[in-house]
Design a protein around this ligand. Structure first.
Ligand SMILES: *[C@@H]1O[C@H](CO)[C@@H](O)[C@H](O)[C@H]1NC(C)=O
Ligand SMILES: *[C@@H]1O[C@H](CO)[C@@H](O)[C@H](O)[C@H]1NC(C)=O
Length: 391
């Protein structure tokens, strides 16, 4: 009767349900004991079965049993590769949410066993550093088509630019997460490092070529691939310019990491192998010096990589760039070539320029790429390319 009085006050329920509850209270302890006995029996049964399985099949088979149940938890269309593929398959989507710091760390992974345990056909990574669109894309499409096993494409453009390439294009979904890059400033080197790091995630990429939206190839793909592959050196422009635009930009606060005798200048457009690409991406020694002490009128994209690589890998540098550019018209920027400049004679002149060293031998083939071409040059270039440029 004690409960009868309390319950309505506590739960605000009518007397009928309170009576039912009073009867239930007497039944409850019996139920609890029954449940407890059942649970206890189940525990003993489980322990006995576990001990039996471990004894007879070992721990590994129990783990395997559990692991093999796992894929059924995933949607059926997705299967994590369990073989070597997991480590060598290039990312299917270039979009990721890694910060530069995270990306550079990931990109600096290097296998210590030198021999690849699979058939690795080395690829060239063409890294397009652009402001916006790629007006000469049709030319590059023609140059690259048919060589899918030997190249990959990466595009870094202004973050606001949305590329709209059809699925058949070599540029389709090849944009990497990008940030604003300003000419002559560290943000430009950051963009180049970002391109290198994203390209390094594909283990098949062996050579990394930086080009801009105004660049064109001067030979067919096979010729360029062989030229790069057979070269003993990396094509990074690096020279010691004693004048005000060379040594004049050096700041002695960079010592001791960077000394005046190691200070170099070179073109922004380079070709490096995987080893040097990793050197650039992993660098934390020279970067702060250049970031702090090489600001306009010290144009850091002309000095950082040439100087850093001269210090770290001087014997691997060809000290010249592969990209031809026309400085003959004077001024701070090279000439931009348009429709009227595209003639057979022009390309003969560019392709058969002064001699240079290729693997320590004199060579007439010094430039594989040329810039800067205006969008108006596209039409005549497409006409001339099959006969003059070989693609
Ligand atoms: C590429 O150019 C070279 C030299 O001009 C030529 O021998 C070769 O046949 C060309 N290759 C292709 C696939 O067109
Ligand atoms: C490049 O220049 C360095 C000096 O900075 C020199 O030691 C090296 O031999 C040069 N490389 C080639 C291939 O000429």
């Amino acid at each position: 009767m004690h409960q009868y009085r309390v319950v309505p006050i506590e739960e605000g329920k009518d007397p009928a349900s309170a009576t039912a509850r009073a009867t239930q209270a007497k039944v409850l302890p019996v139920r609890v004991i029954q449940m407890f006995v059942l649970f206890f029996a189940a525990c003993i049964a489980f322990s006995v079965v576990s001990i039996y399985v471990f004894k007879h099949f070992g721990v590994s088979s129990v783990v395997t049993t559990v692991a093999s149940m796992k894929p059924s938890l995933h949607p059926p269309c997705y299967q994590e590769p369990s073989g070597l593929d997991r480590w060598i398959k290039p990312p299917s989507d270039l979009i990721h949410t890694m910060t530069d710091q995270e990306l550079f760390w990931r990109a600096s992974y290097v296998p210590r066993v030198k021999k690849y345990p699979f058939n690795r056909v080395p690829k060239i990574a063409f890294m397009f550093l652009t402001k916006g669109s790629l007006p000469l894309a049709p030319l590059w499409e023609r140059f690259l088509k048919g060589n899918e096993a030997y190249y990959s494409v990466f595009v870094h453009s202004s973050p606001s630019f949305y590329a709209d390439f059809p699925p058949s294009s070599v540029f389709f979904r090849r944009q990497i997460p990008s940030q604003v890059a300003e000419w002559g400033r560290m943000s430009m080197c950051d963009a180049e490092r970002r391109l290198l790091a994203n390209a390094l995630l594909d283990i098949f990429n062996e050579w990394f070529i930086l080009v801009s939206e105004t660049c064109i190839p001067l030979y067919n793909f096979t010729s360029i691939y062989q030229y790069i592959k057979r070269s003993r050196y990396n094509f990074v422009g690096a020279f010691d310019d004693p004048g005000p635009f060379g040594r004049g930009r050096y700041n002695e606060n960079m010592e001791p990491e960077v000394t005046l005798s190691m200070w170099r200048k070179g073109s922004q457009w380079f070709e490096v192998n995987r080893g040097l690409a990793i050197n650039i991406v992993e660098d934390t020694k020279f970067y702060p010096k250049f970031e702090e002490f090489c600001r306009p009128p010290c144009y850091v994209d002309e000095h950082y990589f040439p100087t850093m690589l001269t210090i770290q890998a001087v014997n691997q540098l060809a000290n010249r760039s592969l990209t031809w550019v026309d400085w003959s018209r004077g001024g701070a920027h090279p000439a931009t070539l348009g429709r009227a400049d595209i003639t057979e004679e022009f390309f003969e002149k560019v392709r058969q320029g002064p001699t240079c060293l290729y693997n320590n031998q004199p060579s007439r083939v010094c430039y594989l790429f040329a810039r800067k071409f205006a969008p108006s040059a596209l039409e005549p270039l497409l006409l001339i390319a099959p006969t003059i440029l070989g693609y």
